[in-house]
Ligand binder design. Structure first.
Ligand code: ZN
Length: 290
């Protein structure tokens, strides 16, 4: 479940995009009769120009993180073994108030602080990433997951839905989260990745666009200690946790978001279900109640 690679990828994407935001802000705008145009109208002009310029679509390929170019959002293509970078739409990095995305808040009432800004301190305390979905109803679908595995993962998703913070909804295609089972034998049980758009909103939180959760059958079999259903439940909870914005919890190695966990030592509610711990709940609550 170690997703160091994923963390690095996301952070690199974030850093690269930050450059574009900065240069877009300081770039001179060629608008005639500037003196008679109000500040608001200027912003409006700038926005239209940006939208016009961002029409063309392009993608580039990178083999390593350090080849990432600013202004591109990268996802890893396993078949080709390369990162594919798609040009980000410029309006996603615009900084005017009118462009500020609407962030839907969960109605749940878990006892977490009201946040006016997601600071590093809060992120570290609650083990959360610097991004979340803008909405609280998030769709998912399966790719290459058999019926029995789907049943187990659906139960994990039900456990998350029962927290009443976010609502994961199964659809057949074009879902927000794609959950796939891989037979590639890597040294991890799961891996979660996807593009995040960089936002300059007052909450200081970026927004997830899509996520792909890959579960590795070989490793789940190898480390389940005879209880495949329980371990798949645990790995699904962990990876979907990442897909919703949860970061690793390095302090407690028996909780769901521990980077490496032992299925024999986690708290369970029965023989096939891990108990969702308070750290996991608080992470989702602080992300989505705010
Ligand atoms: Zn992880």
């Amino acid at each position: 479940m170690n997703i160091k690679l994923n963390n690095k990828l996301i952070k690199t994407t974030v850093a690269a995009l930050a450059l574009i935001t900065t240069s877009a802000t300081v770039a001179p705008t060629t608008v005639t009769n500037l003196t008679t145009v109000s500040a608001k109208a200027k912003k409006h002009h700038k926005k239209i120009k940006k939208t016009k310029r961002s029409k063309k679509k392009a993608y580039i390929i990178a083999k390593y993180y350090d080849e990432f170019k600013p202004g591109y959002s990268y996802t890893y293509n396993k078949k080709k073994g390369v990162f594919i970078g798609h040009k980000m739409k410029k309006h996603q990095t615009a900084i005017t108030n009118s462009d500020e995305p609407k962030i839907e808040k969960a109605n749940s009432t878990y006892n977490v602080p009201k946040v006016t800004k997601f600071t590093d301190e809060i992120r570290n305390q609650y083990h959360i990433k610097d991004y979340r979905w803008a909405k609280t109803t998030i769709t998912y679908n399966y790719n290459n997951v058999n019926e029995n595995q789907q049943k187990i993962i659906n139960q994990a998703i039900n456990q998350i839905n029962q927290l009443n913070i976010i609502n994961l909804k199964k659809i057949t295609k074009n879902a927000d989260i794609t959950i796939e089972m891989s037979t590639t034998n890597l040294s991890r049980a799961g891996y979660t990745t996807g593009p995040v758009s960089i936002e300059d909103n007052s909450l200081n939180i970026n927004l997830i666009e899509k996520q792909t959760v890959t579960l590795y059958e070989n490793q789940i079999q190898a480390h389940c200690y005879g209880n495949y259903n329980l371990y798949l439940n645990q790995v699904a909870l962990h990876e979907i946790g990442h897909a919703l914005g949860l970061e690793h919890n390095e302090q407690n190695k028996y909780e769901i978001m521990a980077p490496i966990s032992d299925v024999r030592k986690v708290n369970t509610i029965d023989s096939t279900h891990v108990a969702i711990d308070q750290d996991y709940i608080n992470g989702l609550a602080i992300l989505y109640q705010n």
